[in-house]
Design a protein around this ligand. Structure first.
Ligand SMILES: O=C[C@H](O)COP(=O)(O)O
Length: 330
């Protein structure tokens, strides 16, 4: 991002170009050695938004890329099949065709649609033939405190219903009590239950107490075979932040250096502005490189980010901002 070059294409790559993370034996020494220098991380995180100075057509291209990285999400108690179908229509055509044409950008879709288990069927139906995966939150989301065997069964039911991606939640108490073996065993079992579906492990970082715990939980989740590590459910008091992201992506980098396997990253919760999306993309590019600016290795978990990006793209074309209500998601 620092070169401010236009991204090399906004179309979604057809398939993951890397092998799935198989996980590894739990290495307690490495987990114990994971640390996070909070002051240095805060300083580095504070620099990231200031380095965002993307202008003109290049900025529009980065924003269009951001759209392809969104797990377009609805996770509400009042979700209905109708709302999910409308959301899927947005996922299929997230930005108006005339805006993309005016900006000389190709047709795009979002990275996925993310829903509760009961909404998988209408989402799968509405996205048939598009290649857009359905992600489901399936382990007693958001607290993850339902009986363990039921959480595994929920994963299996969601995969059977057509979810290609499962966003699991970890047991925060295993982190808070330092029971890394229990966290590893639980996450490993969930990975096995996912089968062919890719697993995103939600750490619920806002409930883990310290950045060191975030680093250690990131390592355990990756050792247990997570395909992605994800910050938050969107329901914690504090959700995705840049400091937490730095800790997690540096753990991803160290895990890649150790094992050769690339684990994806998903910041989620409270990311609703286009400028914030660009900050996260700058962070990914600086810390992990261009591979982590593709949907197979990076997603935003977001329910309202798309609306703001569409407003910014419209502004690029017309010079005026439209009202937010014109960009409703569901
Ligand atoms: O995983 C996705 C989050 O639940 C979405 O959070 P948000 O509604 O704050 O964008």
């Amino acid at each position: 991002m620092t070169s401010h070059a236009k991204p090399s294409g906004t179309a979604i790559p057809s398939s993951a170009a890397h092998a799935r993370n198989p996980g590894m034996t739990l290495d307690l020494d490495r987990v114990a050695g994971a640390s996070a220098n909070s002051a240095a991380i805060a300083r580095r995180a504070a620099q990231i938004p200031a380095r965002r100075s993307l202008k003109g057509a290049h900025q529009a291209a980065w924003l269009a890329r951001a759209v392809t990285l969104i797990d377009l999400t609805t996770l509400s108690g009042d979700d209905t099949p109708g709302r999910v179908r409308r959301l899927c229509a947005k996922a299929r055509q997230p930005v108006r065709a005339d805006l993309l044409a005016a900006l000389d950008l190709p047709a795009i879709t979002t990275g996925a649609v993310c829903v509760y288990h009961e909404m998988i069927a209408p989402a799968v139906e509405a996205l048939a033939g598009t290649g857009i995966p359905v992600a489901a939150v399936s382990t007693g989301f958001p607290a993850g405190l339902s009986p363990f065997d039921l959480r595994l069964k929920e994963i299996e039911a969601s995969v059977a219903a057509g979810a290609a991606e499962i966003d699991i939640v970890i047991s925060r108490r295993h982190v808070l009590t330092g029971n890394w073996q229990a966290l590893y065993d639980e996450t490993r079992a969930m990975r096995a239950a996912c089968g062919p579906a890719h697993m995103k492990a939600i750490l619920a970082t806002g409930e883990l107490g310290t950045l060191r715990n975030v680093a250690r939980a990131s390592w355990v989740a990756m050792m247990a075979g997570a395909d992605f590590i994800k910050t938050s459910t969107g329901k914690e008091g504090v959700n995705a932040t840049l400091p937490v992201s730095l800790v997690m992506v540096r753990a991803i980098r160290a895990y890649r250096d150790l094992t050769g396997f690339k684990v994806g990253y998903k910041p989620a919760g409270g990311i609703s502005k286009a400028k914030d999306a660009l900050s996260y993309m700058a962070l990914m590019k600086d810390e992990l490189g261009d591979d982590w600016l593709r949907p197979d290795l990076f997603r935003f978990g977001a329910s309202s980010l798309l609306g703001d990006i569409e407003r910014q793209l419209e502004h690029h074309v017309t010079g005026a901002y439209s009202a937010s209500w014109r960009h409703a998601m569901g």
